[in-house]
Design a protein around this ligand. Structure first.
Ligand code: B12
Ligand code: SF4
Length: 505
């Protein structure tokens, strides 16, 4: 059967608009379908435009989605159904919002196991099996009532999963960092994260041999391990890294880890020896009350220590923060960026707290009537969709935008440009390449931090937030604690909050 798979993108400008990272659900599903003999192509508009004529002539279309991409997924699904093409949507959003999704798609895939669901659905549509024999799907029955088949059992042996086939993606040549996922699930349970609801608290991982076989097959120039927490089981990670070194696989790689990774020196040595040059750290907050509220099991001291140790090992740190929790004030936002600058975190991502369906956070804020935005496309951690407790929604947005602009000062891309310019290509080819990609990275973050509000959809949402915030008292402003303590470079408090475009250039 001709089957087309689509990973839609969010409509407004966001932090990841220019990245070539693709989620692995569709490449894995594509691999299983191709193995079963189907004609497969995957579209991801972030890499290359969708060939609609090709999509409209297929027998089944599968769409993957997150919360911020779901409105676009529904728009595509509505059009496909209008043309009589069966459509199924899967992914983390629809797993928790199944009734909403059934208004747009013929079938909804819940939870994991998309690769088996799609193969079985194709069989059913070809008349080879009954729909009610497929676990993990929902659809409308003959009388229009929703039928929810039981969830599939969680995969117990990840080595049995097919290697995601990136070559099925139209425009895959643009992917420069090969995504590899070695584990599912996370033993922690942070209140804002939907990973455990989707993949469970039990940490399941592939064998070192299986991962190395995939790496050898893909011959990457660079790897980004997609695991939510690559080092959740240090023993198994050490085994994987040892095998990579033994097999001569020492390409540069990055991954998401927690600050606790630095507690194990042997692990850090292995990481460095196998090519680790970048880690994304879920730092979340420098406000201990917020860390405790998130149930993060991490202290501010852990964060400072981790960044220092990673620097000592020559591993770049990317700090991911979440702003706007109940204990956060406008000063917390300012202090976060000052903390990042003071501790020399290489890059940061300032996420606005976003209640994702499936999380405790969503349930709590929804029950308290604090969710103010139901357009899911704004659920990308770059917009405010709820009423924070200690500031107005517009205040949270503006403080975050301003903090971003402060961190991504113009000197960062300029410095990298100079590094690139003065590094000899002959003697330090790798260093020259790294300076070039760093310059592009900082350049985009610099541009994004200044241009966010020029996007029409972003501007509209900001106007709405401004209206919603009118009448809600703002807390008195104090000098930031860092400035009071006389930290060099720390900013004193300002007296008013103006939108970026309200200020003189
Ligand atoms: C790598 C990653 C990224 C990368 C690339 C992602 C991208 N291009 O969108 C980067 C760093 C860019 C990123 C950014 C963001 N991410 Co992210 N990311 C991930 C991560 C760690 C892995 C994704 C992946 O490949 N998973 C492995 C595959 C196999 O899983 P899967 O896609 O869910 O697919 C399975 C099932 O869902 C199902 N399935 C999926 N699609 C379909 C389709 C059909 C037809 C069927 C039948 C089945 C099916 O079958 C698959 C396997 O059985 C996930 C966490 C996770 N464990 O999944 C978060 C995750 C997807 N990200 C998340 C979020 C919130 C974001 C951000 C908004 C904010 C942030 N904090 O970074 C941004 C937005 C990016 C954007 N594009 O707009 C959330 C999404 C939750 C939600 N409800 O939306 C997740 C789940 C993590 C979390 N915190 O809960 N992310
Ligand atoms: S935020 Fe990270 S550590 Fe916390 S539950 Fe999600 S994946 Fe696990």
């Amino acid at each position: 059967m001709k089957i087309r798979l689509i990973e839609p993108i969010a409509p407004s400008r966001h932090l990841w608009s220019k990245s070539y990272f693709v989620r692995l659900g569709l490449p894995m599903i594509g691999a299983a379908l191709a193995e079963a003999g189907h004609d497969i192509r995957i579209y991801n508009p972030q890499l290359a435009p969708i060939d609609w004529a090709d999509v409209f002539s297929s027998g089944l279309v599968g769409i993957s989605s997150t919360t911020s991409t779901i409105p676009e997924s529904y728009r595509i699904a509505d059009e496909l159904r209008r043309r009589g093409i069966p459509v199924i949507i899967g992914g983390s959003h629809v797993t928790f919002m199944v009734d909403e999704a059934l208004r747009h798609a013929d079938f909804v895939a819940r939870g994991e196991g998309g690769e088996s669901i799609m193969v079985q659905l194709a069989e059913a549509l070809e008349g080879g099996r009954e729909l009610d024999s497929i676990d993990g799907i929902s659809y409308l029955g003959e009388n229009g009532e929703a039928v929810h088949a039981p969830l599939r059992e969680r995969c117990q042996d990840l080595d049995l999963l097919p290697f995601p086939d990136l070559t099925l993606i139209h425009g895959h040549e643009r992917i420069s960092s090969t995504p590899i996922m070695t584990s599912w699930g996370c033993p922690f349970d942070c209140t804002f994260c939907s990973v455990t609801a989707m993949f469970g608290k039990k940490y399941r991982f592939r064998s070192a041999e299986n991962v190395v076989a995939e790496i050898k097959e893909k011959q990457p120039r660079r790897i980004f391990f997609y695991d939510d927490n690559l080092a959740a089981n240090r023993k198994r990670l050490k085994a994987l890294l040892r095998l990579m070194i033994q097999e001569g696989i020492t390409v540069p790689w990055g991954a998401q880890v927690r600050t606790d990774v630095v507690r194990d020196k042997e692990l850090l040595e292995l990481m460095r020896a196998s090519g680790a040059d970048f880690v994304a750290l879920g730092l979340e907050s420098i406000n201990q009350a917020t860390l405790d509220h998130f149930e993060k099991s991490q202290t501010v001291g852990d964060i400072e220590h981790a960044i220092k140790v990673l620097h000592d090992y020559g591993i770049r740190s990317h700090g991911m923060f979440v702003l706007g929790a109940d204990h956060d004030t406008p000063d917390s936002v300012r202090e976060t960026v000052e903390f990042a600058i003071r501790n020399k975190i290489d890059t940061i991502m300032l996420n606005i707290l976003t209640p994702l369906p499936g999380t405790l956070q969503f349930e709590e804020l929804d029950a308290e009537g604090r969710i103010i935005e139901r357009d899911w496309s704004f659920y990308d951690a770059q917009h405010v969709v709820f009423r924070p407790r200690q500031m107005t929604p517009i205040h949270l947005l503006q403080e975050t935008l301003r903090a971003n602009r402060r961190f991504y000062a113009t000197w960062r891309p300029v410095l990298q440009f100079h590094r690139w310019l003065w590094t000899s290509k002959k003697r330090h080819a790798a260093r020259k390449r790294a300076a070039w990609s760093r310059m592009l990275e900082y350049g985009w973050l610099w541009y994004y931090s200044r241009m966010w509000w020029t996007d029409a959809k972003n501007r509209t949402q900001r106007r709405r937030l401004r209206a919603l915030s009118a009448g809600q008292a703002e807390p008195p402003r104090a000098a930031t604690r860092a400035a009071e303590a006389g930290v060099p470079g720390a900013r004193p408090a300002e007296t008013g909050v103006a939108c970026p475009e309200d200020r003189p250039a």
